[in-house]
Design a protein around this ligand. Sequence first.
Ligand code: TRP
Length: 329
Amino acid sequence: MDTVLSGIRSTGNLHLGNYYGALRNFIRMQHENNCFFFIADYHSLTTQPDPKTLHENVKEVLCEYLAAGIDPNIATIYVQSDVKEVIELYLMLNMHAYMGELAKTTSFKEKARKQPENVNAGLLTYPTLMAADILLHNADKVPVGKDQEQHLEMTRRFARRFNNFYGVDFFKEPQAYNYGHELIKIPGLDGSGKMGKSEGNCVYLCDEPKVIEKKMMKALTDSGPTEMNSVKPEYIENLFTILKVVSTPDTYDYFNEEWNKCEIRYGDLKKQLAADVIKVTTPIRERYNEISNDKAYLHKVVTEGAEKARASALKTIVPVREIMGFKPF
Ligand code: TRP
């Protein structure tokens, strides 16, 4: 069984795009692999350290992942800062990471441009911390989006370099997790491409039904098709894309027919979309509200998660100390 590790940014508010993209794959993945999911709270310090929101942000994502179906009895879910061994590995890897290669990283250059007043060393060494997250469990696979591929490539390079430098065959070179099918991309409600937080075109998993209805009703449409069987403009196609994932095939076919016959009523389509999105999100929202108020449960989940993650981390960090020449007196 492969060890699969995934780091989660501690900025909560997951939307439909996150759900049908990565999250549902994570839920599936946990049954077939030895999965570690952790919330990357140390990483969040590289941009905007804020003691007032740090804990809330972590809690929010944690609850969302649990509510959506990550099962702490099957996978290991933990908070990065609960497993201090990662800091030690981060320090060690930093001794073999070079200024030049770190400064050349796309994400670093981008962040340095965005926050010129705060180009800190943590930002520079973001890839070594990420490598430490992954190598800490000697993970075989890491599900990553396009924006993280370079970091994974650097992780492999750090692993190789460590093995070569110390003349060992210790770290594996982690590969990208392949879902085996195309990721579903959920479009935004504003006719633009992707649903995204910064685009402001999202339906959030924890949105109240009334909010979802309102957002759906505001989705961009037009005065309707004038020719039978015409090609849908992108903003209409987008609504059908969402319909396809949240509704039944019959419902999809019905509205598609209506479109082809130029008889489509967008009001009905939007009502249907809202109803079906609400059907998908309601169990998640209800479970979220339940667990986010259950302090004892959350405490148990993170404590047990940290224990499991630490046991795995020690299997790496103890031999690494030895390989590097640290010895007890
Ligand atoms: N950098 C990742 C992101 O921004 C989050 C992350 C941190 C991560 N450590 C990781 C992802 C380790 C995978 C493995 O999304």
